[in-house]
Design a protein around this ligand. Structure first.
Ligand SMILES: Cc1cc2nc3c(=O)[nH]c(=O)nc-3n(C[C@H](O)[C@H](O)[C@H](O)COP(=O)(O)OP(=O)(O)OC[C@H]3O[C@@H](n4cnc5c(N)ncnc54)[C@H](O)[C@@H]3O)c2cc1C
Length: 450
């Protein structure tokens, strides 16, 4: 994505360049064919208030975009008013208090760099240009997230413009219900976050990466091994595996074992990834690199370059799963055998959540996370690839507890994304803050179970 340097303005549908300006808000290069009636590029919180008041007056539904990284392009809806928060990207750091106030349009990498200069850290997203706006609302699976928790657990407050145009502060004491709802509602949140207040952490002394590659023929044994070691992998390691048609080093279908580690010493880091170094499968690996020092900034930029180029056409879907590995293997094999061309890929993340989290609406996770990302360049190939992700995850749905909102595909495949009682409470809070349904909600949802 490109950073917005130009001052924002209000675009009516008849304004020349309207279509291009609206589509430029998306990380995905797809055009879903729907347009808002009005597109407001906010420069300030006051612009946001004015836009919400206009939507009220003209009875328009509101959709929101910060970094535009919703795979489903959740912000592109027909005939409403779209508010773009990407210009609200200011970072204010209070080093002594170890807190920051950050706009929703702030890129993950910009916060990472600003904090590192001061020896501080926040679990930002793994891709540089994912913005805090959407990232923190859906939960936020960021760097060192297995040790520090979901990024939204480090949100201590937020400034929110409500459906009636008022600007409120929500935290554990004030508007506590709104604060509860904002930590996990994702694209179903019913207010505009114009500033987040964040708790910060000391920057880890060591950030490093262990990397290994297997040919796809070894899929079954590699996943059995990953499943067996998963529960004992230290929380400082984000142990993940990518299925890719063009694995690094072998340039053919393979499994990339990727283990970023954030630790306080080299000794701790080396010990943390010893499960890869000492794995019985190591002789079968085509490539095993030693643990290398790599900053989170470099890892983010590398991932973006190799796996997440922008302006591609995307389909994505996902599942949380606690199912036995043998039940999952046929689905994993099917994904591997049907991957669209590189850089399409599938991600297996050894998540192993803690026994408890703070009370918030976020409430769907499992021991392992599996997501598929199909990408292609040309509109002519839409028909060939666009149902791939939905088909793969639909076929494995019986083995899934539900989905993560980070990689949601609800418009095409509604699935459970939070616990039923939390969703029911969220609906009650929504009815209080947005009684007329001014804000768009998720593109699809399933009815709560019995
Ligand atoms: C390449 C890539 C890498 C990713 N990596 C990660 C990762 O490492 N970890 C992770 O957890 N997720 C990741 N994601 C998923 C990402 O966090 C979500 O798509 C998130 O919603 C993106 O936030 P955004 O502001 O960039 O996107 P947007 O598309 O702007 O936001 C998504 C939705 O959030 C809501 N929203 C956005 N801003 C606001 C606001 N200010 N106030 C109220 N509602 C708002 C809107 O409903 C909007 O449609 C990744 C996505 C991509 C495309």
């Amino acid at each position: 994505m490109k950073r917005n340097r130009n001052p924002g303005k209000v675009w009516e549908r008849a304004t020349p360049g309207f279509d291009a300006a609206v589509l430029a808000t998306s990380f995905s290069g797809r055009d879903p064919g729907v347009r808002p009636k009005v597109y407001v590029q906010a420069n300030t919180a006051e612009d946001v208030i004015a836009a919400v008041q206009r939507a009220q007056r003209e009875a328009l539904k509101i959709s929101l975009v910060s970094g535009g990284h919703s795979w489903a392009q959740n912000h592109l809806r027909a005939d409403g008013l779209l508010i773009d928060l990407s210009r609200l990207h200011r970072i204010e750091i209070d080093e002594a208090a170890m807190t920051a106030r950050v706009g929703p349009g702030c890129w993950s990498v910009d916060l990472d760099i600003a904090l590192k200069k001061r020896g501080l850290f926040f679990p930002v997203a793994h891709a540089p240009d994912v913005c805090l706006g959407g990232y923190l609302l859906q939960g936020g699976f960021g760097w060192n997230g297995r040790a520090l928790g979901l990024a939204c657990e480090s949100v201590i407050g937020m400034d929110v413009v409500l459906a009636d145009g008022s600007l409120v502060h929500a935290n554990a004491q004030q508007h506590a219900d709104l604060y509860w709802a904002a930590r996990g509602a994702g694209p179903g949140f019913f207010g505009v976050v114009v500033r987040y207040h964040l708790r910060l952490y000391p920057h880890p002394k060591v950030t490093a990466l262990m990397f290994q590659v297997f040919r796809m023929v070894h899929l079954e044994e590699v996943f059995r091994w990953a499943d067996a070691v998963g529960p004992n992998v230290p929380r400082s390691v984000e142990f993940q595996m990518l299925l890719t048609p063009k694995a690094l080093g072998i340039f053919s279908p393979g499994i990339e074992v990727i283990a970023p580690v954030l630790a306080d010493s080299w000794e701790e880091a080396r010990e943390a990834v010893s499960f890869i170094r000492n794995s019985p499968l190591r002789p079968k690996a085509s490539l095993t690199l030693p643990l290398l020092p790599v900053s989170t900034v470099l890892m983010s930029r590398g991932a973006s370059f190799t796996h997440f180029p922008d302006r591609m056409r995307w389909c994505a879907d996902n599942m949380w799963t606690d199912a036995p590995i043998d039940d999952l293997l046929p689905g994993l094999r099917r994904v591997a055998d049907t991957l669209p061309p590189a850089p399409s890929h599938a991600l297996w993340l050894n998540w192993q959540p803690p026994a408890e989290r703070p009370d918030m609406v976020f409430s769907m996770e499992a021991k392992r996370y599996f997501a598929v990302y199909g990408e292609w360049k040309r509109a002519e190939d839409d028909a060939k690839h666009e149902d791939w992700a939905t088909g793969c995850m639909g076929a494995m749905a019986a083995h899934s507890q539900g989905i993560q909102l980070a990689d949601e595909n609800l418009g095409r495949r509604p699935a459970r994304f939070m616990r039923d009682e939390k969703l029911a409470k969220l609906d009650r809070i929504r009815a209080k803050y947005d009684p007329e349904g001014r804000f768009q909600a998720w593109m699809g949802r399933i009815k709560p179970g019995p």
